[in-house]
Unconditional design. Structure first.
Length: 385
């Protein structure tokens, strides 16, 4: 559309070559570009080549530096935008070669072109050198801007990839955290043993499971308004230092204490306490076990051991002492002379005394073994308060 007025003007002035070459050049470029058979680089190379020939033709035929040089400058800009540094700087060399050839033709007057007749060599050189300088500066600036733009785009792509990686990692972590949290909630709320989380600074309950509510008789709302002191019989001050040590060292704290239910009934509980993050703060997770029956069994064993010790003492002192005196008297009796008819009776009595001594010794030994059996330890490695 832009070329139509110039084509009409040149045609009206009787010039047929210029409109014809213009139409041929732009038609061939348009058709080749619209053809989908060739890649874009080949299409652009063809367009640059044809337009360069057109620019040379316009300079030679119009006899003016203007229109053709504008085409050459525009072609250098296009090449700088679409091709590599090497090709962009080569376009400056091509333009320099074109103007050098025209300078030679103008100086030698070997042809009768309009451009040769219209320009003197010094004026042409001034125009050419200024054009080439401007051409060089434009190409350099364009390439510099493109390099900066490319570097910026590469940085943005790197940042985008890093951001995408971080988002993907964060998504995975959030998914794992959600799974871990779901697993923890399942283990906590569905655990058959009483469990709770409390604040080590204030001792207030932060969360309790169903088993704790059933065991102690308090509701969840009641628990959250209570401290651990309200379910303990002994003062919590007795274990404050060990709780602080567990929090500071992230260690496990075990304890056996007497606990109290809502109805006032007391029982022995063995607790195991460890640190856990809770809503951005360090808290303590407790799992409790009712060991009242076990402690009762231990007390029964201790009482039985005490009775056995008394039996052993009784056998060794109250029964064995008279037997020892009998054996001493019997030894003296053996030294005396006795009738032959009493010998058999004497042997029977001696055997009975030895058997009784053996039985008493066995009872003492067995009672010592049984009394040495210790009841099972329910205090834990950390002891109790």
């Amino acid at each position: 559309m832009v070329m139509i007025p110039s084509i009409i003007i040149f045609w009206g002035e009787g010039s047929r070559w210029i409109p014809g070459v213009d139409i041929f050049a732009f038609s061939s470029v348009s058709i080749f570009i619209l053809c989908t058979k060739y890649p874009i680089k080949i299409k652009m190379s063809f367009a640059v080549f044809v337009l360069t020939l057109l620019a040379v033709f316009l300079i030679a035929s119009l006899g003016s530096f203007g229109v053709g040089s504008i085409y050459l400058l525009a072609i250098s800009v296009i090449i700088s935008l679409l091709f590599s540094d090497k090709i962009a700087y080569c376009s400056i060399g091509v333009n320099a070669l074109i103007f050098a050839v025209f300078s030679l033709l103008i100086n030698e007057k070997v042809v009768r072109w309009t451009i040769v007749n219209n320009y003197k060599i010094d004026v042409w050189l001034i125009y050419s050198l200024n054009f080439l300088f401007l051409n060089f500066m434009i190409v350099v600036e364009i390439r510099h801007l493109l390099v900066g733009l490319q570097s910026t785009m590469e940085q943005e792509n790197k940042l985008l990839k890093i951001l995408q990686t971080e988002v993907a990692d964060k998504t995975i972590r959030n998914k794992q955290l959600a799974e871990s949290e779901g697993h923890y909630k399942s283990l906590f709320f569905n655990n058959p043993s009483p469990m709770w989380i409390f604040d080590p600074a204030t001792f207030y309950f932060l969360q309790v499971n169903e088993a704790a509510m059933v065991k102690y008789g308090f509701s969840s709302e009641e628990f959250l308004e209570m401290t651990i002191q309200q379910i303990r019989v002994d003062p919590v001050d007795l274990i404050v230092d060990r709780l602080n040590n567990a929090v500071a060292n992230e260690s496990i704290f075990s304890n056996v204490a007497l606990h109290r239910k809502k109805n006032g009934k007391q029982f022995y509980a063995k607790i195991r306490c460890s640190t856990i993050p809770f809503h951005g703060h360090q808290a303590l997770l407790v799992i409790a076990q009712d060991i009242t029956t076990q402690i009762s069994h231990n007390k029964a064993i201790e009482e039985q051991n005490l009775k056995l010790k008394k039996i052993a003492y009784f056998q060794s002192h109250m029964v064995r002492a008279p037997l020892a005196r009998i054996k001493g008297l019997w030894s003296l009796w053996e030294l005396e002379e006795r009738p032959e008819s009493d010998s058999q009776l004497f042997e029977f009595m001696k055997m009975s005394i030895e058997e009784l001594d053996t039985v008493i010794r066995g009872i003492i030994k067995d009672s010592e073994v049984v009394s040495s059996v210790k009841p099972r330890n329910t205090r834990g490695k950390e002891g109790n308060d």
